[in-house]
Design a protein around this ligand. Structure first.
Ligand SMILES: Nc1ncnc2c1ncn2[C@@H]1O[C@H](COP(=O)(O)OP(=O)(O)O)[C@@H](O)[C@H]1O
Ligand SMILES: [Mg+2]
Length: 236
C-alpha cells in the first residue's frame, strides 16, 4: 500500500524541501522504492527548482484546477524518482485550492510505494490541505527553541487531524553548544527524533547545480544521514 507522508514544519526555511528531495532520492536509489514527490507549497513552490524543473508545461496547479490528471504533471528524474512540481507563475495561483489534494492523490494508490508531500510551513490553509491529505507526517526543524515551540503546536494539530506522526528530523545541525540536543527536542515535543542532518554548504551548492545533495556529494555526511533517515522510515 502507498505510504503518503507529509513533510511539514512550524517555521519556514528549515529544510522541508531539501528533506523531501533527498529522502525521495534515497528511497528510490538506495532502497529501490517507487517514489513520487509533490510540491504542495503552492504559494512559494521550490521543489521543481531542486531538479531544474523551471518551466514545465503541466503542474500541480493544473491538476488542482481540474485541467489535468496528476499523471500528466509527473516528471521523471534520471534516477527514477518522480516529481510533481507546482507552478512558479503568480497568475497560476488563481483558482487553485489545495484542499483538492487529498482527492487528487487517490489516482496514485497502487502506483507508488511512497508519496512525499512537500508542505508549506505553519498551520495555514496550505499546510492544512497537505496534512489532511497525509496518512503520516514527518516534522522538520532546526534545533532552536522558536522552531521547536512551533512544532509543539504542529504536533497538537496533527493529533486532532489524524495522520500518524513518524517523528522529527533535525536539520542544519552544527552541534553548537547553544543548540538543543536530539534528546531535548524529543522530550519537549513528545516525538522521537528520527533524523539529524548536519549543516552542509554543499546543500546550497547542490541547489545551485539543480540536483539534490545525494546526487552531488553521495559520500558526504549529510547524504549518509539522508540514507539513514530513509532506512529508519522503512522500519517505522
Ligand atoms: N542541512 C543544511 N545545510 C545547509 N543548508 C541547508 C540545509 N538544509 C537546507 N539548507 C538550505 O536552506 C534553505 C532552506 O531550505 P528549504 O529546504 O528550502 O527549506 P523549507 O522547504 O523548509 O523552506 C535552502 O537554501 C537550502 O538549500
Ligand atoms: Mg520548501
Amino acid at each position: 500500500m502507498v505510504r503518503i507522508i507529509g513533510v511539514i514544519s512550524g517555521k519556514g526555511g528549515v529544510g522541508k524541501t531539501t528533506v523531501v528531495a533527498n529522502l525521495g532520492l534515497a528511497l528510490t536509489t538506495k532502497f529501490n522504492k517507487e517514489v513520487i514527490i509533490i510540491d504542495c507549497n503552492i504559494t512559494t513552490s521550490h521543489l521543481g527548482l531542486y531538479f531544474g524543473l523551471h518551466s514545465v508545461t503541466t503542474t500541480l496547479n493544473n491538476v488542482l484546477r481540474g485541467e489535468a490528471i496528476i499523471e500528466d504533471a509527473i516528471y521523471m528524474h534520471e534516477s527514477g524518482l518522480k516529481i510533481v512540481p507546482a507552478s512558479l507563475a503568480a497568475h497560476d495561483l488563481i483558482g487553485v485550492d489545495i484542499i483538492m489534494l487529498e482527492k487528487t492523490l487517490e489516482r496514485l494508490f497502487g502506483k507508488a510505494d511512497f508519496v512525499l508531500l512537500d508542505s508549506a510551513p505553519g498551520l495555514g490553509r496550505e499546510a492544512y490541505g497537505t496534512i489532511i491529505a497525509s496518512k503520516e507526517v514527518i516534522m522538520v526543524t532546526i534545533p532552536y527553541s522558536p522552531a521547536i515551540i512551533d512544532l509543539i503546536r504542529c504536533n497538537q494539530v496533527i493529533k486532532e487531524l489524524g495522520p500518524r506522526a513518524l517523528g522529527i528530523v533535525l536539520n542544519m545541525v552544527t552541534r553548537d553548544r547553544y543548540e538543543l540536543t536530539e534528546e531535548e527536542v524529543s522530550n519537549i515535543v513528545g516525538l522521537p527524533v528520527i533524523g539529524s542532518i548536519p549543516y552542509d554548504k554543499n546543500i546550497l551548492k547542490s541547489l545551485a547545480l539543480r540536483t539534490p545533495l545525494l546526487n552531488y556529494k553521495p559520500k558526504s555526511r549529510a547524504s549518509k544521514e539522508f540514507i539513514k533517515l530513509a532506512n529508519r522510515i522503512l522500519e517505522l
